[in-house]
Design a protein. Structure first.
Length: 236
């Protein structure tokens, strides 16, 4: 994966109804006052096979926008990002889950949507359920699971799909300590298999365990590297 001069600008409307002047300006602008905001700008990095890059920074720094651009959910305003291979994107772990379907059916549906054949999805379902700790809840409606169980279900389904690039937004914080340890082991396995992992997180500890490099964002731009550092810094 390689990004060069990556930037994303959002345009938004700013209604002003609370004063007479605001209402007149709103009408003169055709019903809306248009503003813009750069969520990300001038970001460049590369991640090769078997590498993990951690994207850190405060809320609003542009971490999730960067993942959405890498997943081609958003189109860049400027610059480019190239992803070689098939990415799996974990931004909202509940996304795509159907509450009225069983846990088993949700696993099979999710795996097929991630590119597996129906036979492959069925074959991997038992391992997905075991990893998520939901083997005994296979026939339960997804609507009856807790938020944490749903997150583990979505995360486990993605981990067991054939992928080349894994894009993760805070999913390393899912579940209890035992489940997080299993996730780190799974990430380590992906890296040993030559997969590429991009993780947006506030927690540096999992990044240390994965030997990840770190890209720090602040207000949508890459923060100045530490003295003596070249490019994305390794987690100390």
């Amino acid at each position: 994966m390689e990004a060069v001069g990556l930037g994303k600008r959002f345009r938004h409307t700013l209604p002003r109804y609370h004063t007479l002047f605001g209402r007149l300006r709103h009408a003169a602008a055709g019903g809306a006052v248009v503003g813009e905001r750069w969520a990300l700008r001038g970001v460049s990095f590369s991640v090769g096979p078997g590498e993990c890059l951690g994207v850190v920074g405060p809320n609003g720094a542009g971490k999730t926008t960067l993942l959405r651009l890498a997943a081609h959910i958003l189109e860049p305003t400027e610059g480019s990002v190239v992803v070689r291979g098939r990415p799996s994107c974990l931004l909202q772990l509940h996304a795509g889950l159907q509450p009225e379907l069983s846990v088993r059916d949700n696993v099979e549906l999710g795996a097929v949507l991630m590119g597996l054949s129906r036979r492959e999805a069925r074959g991997r379902t038992p391992e997905v359920l075991r990893f998520a700790g939901l083997s005994e809840a296979a026939e339960v409606r997804a609507a009856e699971l807790s938020a944490g169980q749903l997150a583990r279900l979505g995360f486990s389904t993605a981990l067991h799909s054939d992928l080349d690039v894994l894009l993760v937004d805070e999913a390393l914080t899912v579940g209890d300590a035992e489940f997080r340890a299993r996730c780190l082991d799974a990430f380590g396995g992906l890296l040993r298999d030559g997969k590429c992992v991009l993780v947006a997180t506030h927690d540096l500890e999992p990044l240390k365990a994965l030997g990840a490099r770190v890209l720090e964002l602040r207000a949508g731009r890459v923060a100045e590297p530490r003295v003596g550092a070249a490019g994305p810094a390794a987690v100390a």
